[in-house]
Design a binder for this molecule. Sequence first.
Ligand code: HEC
Ligand code: HEC
Length: 306
Amino acid sequence: VSMSDFWSFYIIAITVVNIIGCVALLYFTRKKKQLANEGETTGHVYDGIEEYDYPLPRWWLWLFYITIVFAIVYLVLYPGLGHFRGVLNWTQASQYEEEVRLADKKYLPLYQKYSSMPIEKLIAEPKALKMGQAIFANTCFGCHGADARGSIGYPDLTDNEWIYGGSAEAIKRSIMEGRTGIMPAWSTALSNDDILKVSSYISSKNTQERAYVKEFVTEGESIYQTNCAACHQADLSGNQLIGAPNLADSVWLHGASSGFVQDVISQGRINRMPAHDAILGEHKAHLVAAYVYSLSNKLESNSESN
Ligand code: HEC
Ligand code: HEC
């Protein structure tokens, strides 16, 4: 894109000289035909194989001419000669934008229809969910995974456990406005022993079975209530307003082992879900929110057969 004029000219010169060179070479070998005597060798012999001096076959020459004409036509129409953009003014970006524009135009009536329906109703519309799934595959899978199950640091969107809330409204808001979760680092305020103690207390309250030091639990509890309850609540149930996760369930955003838990407490975490309102716009955000909502909310009529 930011090619200097010198390099632009340099590339044009090389390309043009190359094409002229090909034409000259063909012209030269074609002339030689009249001079060449059938059956005469060039005198090159290697391993008993002699090189005959036959002219190039006519069909091969024609093929060569066709490729040269193709190259010239291509370079006139499309970008390839330095700064010259080609008479069609084609760019990869403009082709992509044009495709997106046409698709959006084609689907606009559908987008408008689905946008006017509440997300809770859209899970009964297979076509809307399909469109939402396609948007998810394009925009979200890099972080949340193709199956929406996430990975360490990226929440699982299928388990019906929510950091910021699982209502249709909360999900759409997470997508449109983004979210930032800030877990402070405690390595300066708490000693390593304190961190072991508070993590033992969390383990003792967690539904997941894990090993912990029983003698640490009482002290761990007081460390927890002093430092952590403001955000994670006295009963460890978390706070969706600030995205403080539930510490009593077996769903872990930053890893389930006590090693991971202690590392999060000691180092803290700043975790960001980017805002997608500008990227997706209202219609697409609504559809992808419906798709995410559908992953943990099945239709009443379907839930028995599943
Ligand atoms: C750059 C990575 C990234 C992309 C892209 C991304 N997300 Fe996220 N998302 C995250 C992270 C990280 C979090 C957790 C934020 C936190 O811990 O505070 C999150 C959180 C969420 C939440 C809240 C989950 C909860 O438990 O409350 C939803 C819903 C969500 N994302 C949906 C989406 C959808 C839909 C898309 C695509 C339109 C998307 N995300 C694209 C990284 C991403
Ligand atoms: C200022 C509010 C705040 C305080 C105080 C706080 N936390 Fe957190 N904590 C958070 C937030 C927000 C997250 C989620 C970070 C994210 O989005 O990735 C979190 C995440 C965690 C996690 C990871 C949970 C998971 O699912 O992986 C653990 C463990 C944790 N906190 C323990 C503690 C302990 C122990 C203390 C007290 C020593 C504490 N927190 C104090 C806000 C807080």
